[in-house]
Design a protein around this ligand. Structure first.
Ligand SMILES: C[S@@+](CC[C@H](N)C(=O)[O-])C[C@H]1O[C@@H](n2cnc3c(N)ncnc32)[C@H](O)[C@@H]1O
Length: 236
């Protein structure tokens, strides 16, 4: 992956996470935000056997301190962990080294601006796609990096009444307006990026089937159409 110059628009994100890195894991599990992180961990664990156990090359976008990267790395061939924050990746690298994990490749860059090299059997993201300025474009780019039949799996913010208050809180704290998406627009985005078998679920504070604050998405890159077998369709 070639790392290009980081534009100003994402500099705030980089600085925010560079500052937060030393206390990020504590915040994620020991404060009020742990409700959301614990739900993500629960969803991840449920998907783990199907998606990550025994996987080949995995790309994680916005890997942060490696809360998900490390368990994935223990059970797949190699993880490429991309993040814009040097300090977040520093924490990830120290945690991996402490556990003797050697199959994580960290790449410091803005995933929206950088070229991604190679292909992956799974591409995943946890609480990071809400930071992207042009998600439809990024999704097309990521799907293009999946092996045919490979899976894009992510958990991100779902647009909802409750989510709006979280977005406001975030704007005050991080000075960043996080994006949130509805299921329908997400499905459309994935379809036009070349996915089939699209599964979208909503979680966290779901009220009477009105969906929750999180979107959990699993979508497969469509397989190339099989060439029609010679003579098979011929009718007399
Ligand atoms: C809320 S944290 C999530 C970290 C990790 N995925 C987790 O669930 O603990 C969001 C992460 O996305 C990263 N990020 C945001 N925008 C990015 C971009 N354009 N390119 C790469 N990483 C980005 C941030 O630096 C941060 O580490």
């Amino acid at each position: 992956m070639s790392c290009t110059e980081i534009p100003n628009a994402v500099r705030k994100v980089e600085l925010f996470y560079d500052d937060l890195a030393p206390t990020y894991d504590h915040e994620q599990f020991q404060t009020a935000v742990s409700l959301s992180k614990r739900k993500e961990c629960e969803l991840f664990s449920a998907r783990f056997p199907e998606l990550f156990a025994g996987a080949g090359r995995v790309l994680e976008v916005g890997a942060g301190t490696g809360i998900f990267t490390i368990p994935i790395a223990r059970h797949c061939r190699e993880v490429t962990a991309v993040d814009i924050s040097r300090n977040m990746l520093g924490v990830l690298e120290r945690k991996a080294a402490a556990e003797g994990i050697t199959n994580i490749r960290t790449i410091l860059c803005d995933v929206e601006k950088s070229g991604i090299e190679g292909t992956f059997s799974v591409i995943c993201a946890f609480s990071s796609l809400e930071y992207m300025s042009d998600l439809p474009r990024l999704v097309r780019k990521l799907v293009g990096r999946l092996d045919p039949g490979g899976v894009l799996y992510f958990i991100t913010a779902r647009r909802s009444f409750l989510r709006f208050f979280i977005q406001m809180g975030n704007a005050v704290r991080q000075k960043i307006w996080l994006k949130a998406y509805g299921s329908r627009e997400m499905r459309k985005m994935l379809r036009s990026a070349g996915c089939d078998h699209i599964e979208i679920n909503t979680h966290l504070f779901t009220v009477l089937n009105y969906g929750g604050m999180l979107l959990e998405v699993a979508a497969r890159r469509a397989m190339p159409e099989e060439p029609a077998k010679e003579g098979r369709e011929r009718r007399r």
